[in-house]
Design a protein around this ligand. Structure first.
Ligand code: FMN
Length: 217
């Protein structure tokens, strides 16, 4: 069994990556005796673009029918994650959306599996379980009233149609820098942030762990 975490953050040891690692720890714990391999794929290490609209994935009789034909760093990654037994996506929120890097990855992953027939059939090689972890500076209240959730719902319904309905968690009010006094950041109360980091982030880590465990149940 192979479970991948797709890190849509440029940072490899901050909020998103930490929660993805906790989710993979949860996967390992729940797997118990079953052989399970886990891997984090850091998208910002890879050189690639979004879909280039070449339509090779839809060309009748073409060698790349149903597959992405663009040759770059993620061609092999797309191949291996499409055979996974579970996918956990993670992204910081940038300007109310997931990062461009993760958006580009998802375009490349799912567009080849959408068939332009009268039913818009879907041909993913596997319907694996999925999950999504969002991390953001915004509080839960701001997230609820700002329209973020409708953006997230669109992403999730794309994944649901293609694979399965994702398990979802949010980590709000995240700590952005290690030392707030070194940055122009008087929009935030460092005290309130530090308190949230101390009390809430460990709970978010536990939630991520449980999300990972539930992914393979
Ligand atoms: C370019 C940029 C844009 C951001 N835009 C938002 C935003 O619109 N809403 C929000 O809540 N947080 C925003 N943030 C904050 C990050 O989403 C948040 O700190 C996140 O947890 C960082 O994840 P990381 O620690 O894994 O990098 C932004 C951060 C950056 C760098």
């Amino acid at each position: 069994m192979k479970i991948y975490a797709i890190n849509g953050s440029p940072r490899k040891n901050k909020n998103t990556a930490t929660l993805l690692q906790k989710a993979l720890d949860g996967v390992k714990e729940a797997a118990k005796d079953k052989e399970v391999e886990t891997e984090i794929i850091n998208l910002y290490d890879l050189n690639y673009t979004g879909c280039k609209s070449c339509f090779a994935c839809k060309r009748l009789g073409g060698a790349s029918y149903g597959k992405c034909a663009v040759k770059d760093d993620i061609q092999e990654v797309l191949e291996k994650v499409s055979q996974a037994d579970g996918l956990i996506f993670g992204s910081p929120i940038y300007f109310g959306n997931i990062t461009g890097q993760l958006q580009s990855f998802i375009e490349r992953l799912i567009f080849p599996y959408l068939v332009y027939d009268e039913n818009y059939s879907l041909i993913p090689p596997k319907k694996m379980p999925t999950a999504f972890i969002y991390t953001m500076n915004a509080s839960e209240e701001f997230m609820d009233k700002s329209g973020y959730l409708s953006t997230f719902n669109k992403i999730e319904s794309g994944l649901e149609r293609m694979f399965t309905k994702p398990l979802v968690m949010y980590s709000n009010n995240t700590y952005q820098f290690d030392d707030y006094s070194k940055y122009k950041s008087n929009a935030f109360s460092e005290e309130a942030k530090a308190e949230h980091r101390k009390i809430q982030f460990p709970l978010d880590c536990q939630k991520a762990f449980e999300l990972g465990a539930n992914l393979i149940k």
